[in-house]
Design a protein around this ligand. Structure first.
Ligand code: HEC
Length: 268
């Protein structure tokens, strides 16, 4: 009976809504301390492999759970977004594994890389940008062409920069955006701050890729200190000079639709 209900719930799910929900979940719900990658549990409960009632999920997601760490999302997500997240959680109901086989954020895996259609150099740059073998890769912190995680700046606007400017940004040896956050409970981690609202500071925890978006109560923060250890240049060393040129060509293609061959010398 339960199995039949699960199958029906699955069959009814709209794949586009599930995919959209997966992306929202990766950013807002799976964060290190809550429901874990693919709903495999963090400090919050496991959502994977459990059958939930749709109305229950919608209510809990919208209004939160009183006297618990689960916040209500109605001010942060639209009704449609909440529906998509719920569709995604419902799609996990029949998962029998404890954790997802491929814990990669949507659009970052090999399938996304293979799907590229465009000029050859931009195609090589696209593959390098999302290269799952590299830790970190550009897509660890940047979204481009509608994929990846936008912890760092939105790179679609970077298409207006010259190759020399892009080369300088990518190989910069200092950063003015990352810092070391120390919490009063003793935890400390490198982070990218994205904003703050009321008593809550939003930041990406860069401890290990992918960055996880965390909302931390301001009163839990001991200090936020400028970090000197992180630099963009260290990330760019993961790539060869030719690959960086390919990536810049991809930035032009994805951001402005231009086919622009880029030589490694232009980035110097
Ligand atoms: C660990 C996170 C991280 C990774 C990985 C990363 N970046 Fe960045 N990127 C940033 C941050 C943060 C900034 C903002 C400037 C700063 O703080 O250094 C930035 C800035 C940039 C800029 C300048 C954008 C602007 O609008 O000025 C470009 C271009 C860029 N990154 C490209 C890349 C490319 C290409 C790669 C892969 C080779 C990459 N980034 C990898 C975090 C990252």
């Amino acid at each position: 009976m339960i199995a039949v209900a699960l199958l029906m719930a699955q069959a009814a799910a709209d794949p586009a809504a599930v995919a959209k929900g997966e992306a929202i979940f990766a950013q807002s719900c799976s964060v290190g301390y809550c429901h874990g990658v693919g709903g495999s549990a963090g400090r919050g409960p496991r959502l994977r492999g459990r059958g939930f009632d749709r109305t229950y999920l919608v209510n809990v997601t919208r209004d939160g759970v009183p006297k618990s760490a689960m916040p209500g999302w109605k001010d942060r997500l639209s009704g449609g977004e909440i529906d998509s997240v719920v569709s995604y959680i419902m799609s996990l109901a029949s998962a029998t594994d404890a954790a997802p086989a491929n814990p990669m954020p949507p659009g970052v895996g090999p399938a996304a890389v293979n799907a590229f259609k465009g000029p050859a150099q931009a195609g090589r740059g696209h593959a390098a940008f999302f290269d799952a073998q590299k830790q970190p890769r550009c897509a660890t912190c940047h979204a481009l062409g509608g994929r990846g995680i936008a912890a760092g700046p939105d790179l679609s606007k970077a298409a207006s920069m010259t190759p020399k400017q892009l080369g300088a940004a990518i190989q910069a040896t200092s950063s003015n955006h990352t810092s070391i956050v120390k919490l009063k409970n003793g935890e400390s981690f490198p982070a990218l701050q994205t904003g703050s609202e009321g008593g809550i500071v939003k930041l990406y925890d860069l401890t290990s890729p992918p960055p996880v978006l965390r909302s931390v109560l301001r009163e839990e923060i001991g200090s936020i200190a400028k970090e000197t250890g992180w630099s963009h240049g260290a990330v760019s060393k993961e790539y060869t000079a030719a690959q960086l040129a390919d990536i810049v060509s991809y930035i032009y293609y994805a951001g402005a639709g231009t086919t622009r061959p880029v030589k490694a010398e232009e980035l110097k």
